[in-house]
Design a protein around this ligand. Structure first.
Ligand SMILES: C[S@@+](CC[C@H](N)C(=O)[O-])C[C@H]1O[C@@H](n2cnc3c(N)ncnc32)[C@H](O)[C@@H]1O
Length: 219
């Protein structure tokens, strides 16, 4: 039993080391070549916490470097972008990576950079759906632990907040957004990503709460 635990620990450490080596080599590569911004777009669309996904119409921002990431930086500080300058922010399964105490500040930073009529499109694990899955799986915590707490396999992959429709709606309205509504993954080009927003757990259970909010200073 002890040697099994030791092996497990060693495996985790090796994975972490491999992750850090990848990050360092990506940082070095970036000194020589950076991805070009989607300049032909009239609109500025930000994909925050994009992970491996590279949608051609978005500026990709993530804390982990990769060849398609335009800005390697914290997604709760959008200093490169002026107030009222961005048309659309897409953030899928990353808001829950902030402490629930900080979530209002993060949303208000995202609100700051959006133009009038700009859209904040969010996907997060839906706490109510997780509870349903948990009950359906004989209250086996393993069925939802990753979605509840995050994969916990690298620095940015820890969940520190949970949401259901009522709580996320309230947070968005409190941040100054005027209209909050659901959105459907895959229904338009700018809603089409092969990501967590449309993923089914075990090929069966939807897990995501998909809401978008409009910034409209005049109403
Ligand atoms: C669970 S992954 C989601 C990836 C992708 N959006 C998807 O749905 O498949 C969360 C992503 O957010 C990034 N991330 C989380 N917290 C971050 C932070 N504070 N600053 C920058 N990136 C962060 C992680 O590096 C990771 O790529």
């Amino acid at each position: 039993m002890k040697s099994k635990l030791r092996l497990g620990y060693l495996y985790l450490k090796l994975q972490q080391l491999r992750g850090s080596l990848n990050v360092s080599s990506e940082k070095i590569k970036r000194q020589f070549s950076r991805p070009t911004l989607p300049v032909d777009n009239k609109e500025i669309n930000l994909h925050l916490g994009c992970g491996n996904i590279a949608h051609p119409k978005f500026i990709n921002i993530d804390g982990r470097p990769a060849p398609h990431i335009h800005y390697v930086r914290a997604i709760d500080n959008l200093a490169p972008f002026k107030d009222n300058s961005v048309d659309l922010i897409y953030a899928c399964h990353c808001l829950e990576h902030f402490s629930y105490n900080r979530v209002p500040l993060v949303i208000s930073e995202w609100h700051r950079v959006l133009k009038d009529n700009g859209i904040l499109r969010i996907s997060v694990p839906d706490f109510d759906l997780l509870i349903k899955i948990y009950n359906d799986c004989d209250q086996n915590l393993d069925s939802i632990i990753g979605l509840l707490m995050g994969g916990q396999d690298y620095q940015f992959n820890f969940h520190k907040a949970a949401f259901n429709e009522a709580s996320l709606r309230r947070l968005l309205l409190n941040a100054g957004f005027n209209e909050v509504r659901s959105w459907q993954p895959g229904s338009t080009e700018l809603m089409t990503f092969n990501d967590w927003s449309g993923r089914l757990l075990g090929g069966k259970y939807p897990v995501s709460l998909n809401l978008e909010a409009i910034k409209n200073s005049s109403s």
